[in-house]
Design a protein around this ligand. Structure first.
Ligand SMILES: *Cc1c(COP(=O)(O)O)cnc(C)c1O
Length: 352
């Protein structure tokens, strides 16, 4: 008897580099809902869905890649894994490593990661090193250690991460019956856009789907190396999950945009916060700021180019849960109203 949908390794076994020797280390990730938009779809006259990846077990899409990366590390006999992280990779690595009885070491940029994510990594017993520097510096450290010691790197330069994450594209095709016209997705290290494009192409090659979507990737203006065509030394954005100045999958992301007839573009932090609020207030979906980059990108395209999206089927990937970053949510919300248990005061406060 099955108690719930199995995780992505069991669901998509035939499409993944696994064998009977692979131990499945899973938290039943994937099978996240495609939620129909009730506000932006009406406003822009399109068929829009949000793929809510924040509903994965540790609250971000990273779990899709991590279940496979950790299972393959275990298969190879690894005792320890390591990653650099803006937060979600470490939360995911820590949880899966613990299930696989492996040591997990994470390197984070000091002071630059959302509180919820740090809490997860620590709660799952990861050894957390905070280094002075940015994500790219943290990744340098991890590359150095993992190439000199018997520790497996589980950042998205690990090919199993990409293989696992491509199942997001499979799920979209399985549920829509084909690929959508457009896929909007935030871009940080560019592993996810690479994964989705790979997934869509594989389904088409196997004749499971017919179409390919235009891949629309979104960086934050202060952290947009691909758009600007140069490494950004000190990337800055409120969307910490995409604060990356030198994406590991830069070339693959450019190829996905070009080969699909899409693009990689950027949005300001102001527009990201605006989209963050619109989605929470008008769609009822609470995602972290990085996830709002794909929605901000959609709004930008629809405003500049209304005909392009009209009547089209569109999927926006919402990469992480809003609870990951409570500080930003509270900073962007109205003040709490404090009252005594006095009905006159309460009625006044509520305009009743
Ligand atoms: C990791 C992450 C991203 C960026 O994904 P890449 O694969 O690095 O491009 C975006 N949003 C969230 C919430 C993430 O955790």
């Amino acid at each position: 008897m099955k108690f719930s949908y199995p995780g992505i390794i069991e669901r998509y076994w035939d499409y993944l580099p696994v064998s009977d020797k692979t131990p499945i280390i899973s938290l039943n990730e994937g099978s996240t809902p495609l939620i129909k938009s009730v506000y932006l779809s009406v406003k822009y006259g399109c068929e829009l869905y949000f793929k809510f990846e924040g509903l994965n077990p540790t609250g971000s899409f990273k779990d899709r890649g991590m279940t496979l990366a950790i299972s393959k590390a275990k298969e190879a006999g690894a005792k320890a894994v390591m990653c650099a992280s803006t937060g979600n990779t470490s939360a995911s690595a820590a949880a899966y490593a613990r299930r696989g009885r492996m040591r997990c070491i994470v390197v984070i940029p000091d002071g630059k990661i959302a509180l919820g994510k740090l809490a997860q990594a620590m709660m799952h017993g990861a050894e957390v090193l905070a280094i002075a520097g940015n994500f790219d510096d943290a990744l340098d450290v991890v590359k150095y250690i993992t190439s000199n010691y018997e520790i497996v790197l589980v950042n998205s330069i690990n090919p199993f991460r990409i293989e696992g994450q491509k199942t997001g594209a499979f799920e979209i095709c399985d549920w829509l019956g084909d690929a959508p016209d457009f896929l909007f997705i935030p871009v940080g290290n560019a592993g996810n856009i690479t994964s989705y494009w790979k997934g869509f192409k594989e389904y088409k090659e196997k004749n499971i789907s017919e179409a390919l979507p235009k891949m629309m990737g979104w960086q934050a203006e202060g952290s947009a190396p691909i758009v600007r065509g140069r490494v950004i030394e000190n990337p800055e954005t409120i969307a910490t999950a995409i604060r990356i100045g030198n994406p590991a999958r830069w070339k693959e992301a450019e190829a996905a945009a070009k080969d699909s007839g899409g693009k990689i573009d950027m949005v300001s932090d102001e527009k990201i916060i605006q989209a963050y609020k619109i989605r929470a207030l008008n769609e009822g979906i609470f995602c972290e700021p990085a996830s709002a980059a794909s929605v901000a990108g959609l709004i930008k395209e629809a405003d500049e180019n209304p005909e392009m999206l009209k009547g089209k089927q569109i999927v926006c990937i919402l990469t992480g849960h809003g609870l990951k970053d409570p500080d930003i949510a509270i900073a962007n919300s109205p003040e709490i109203i404090s009252v005594k248990k006095d009905y006159d005061q309460i009625k006044k406060a509520l305009n009743l």
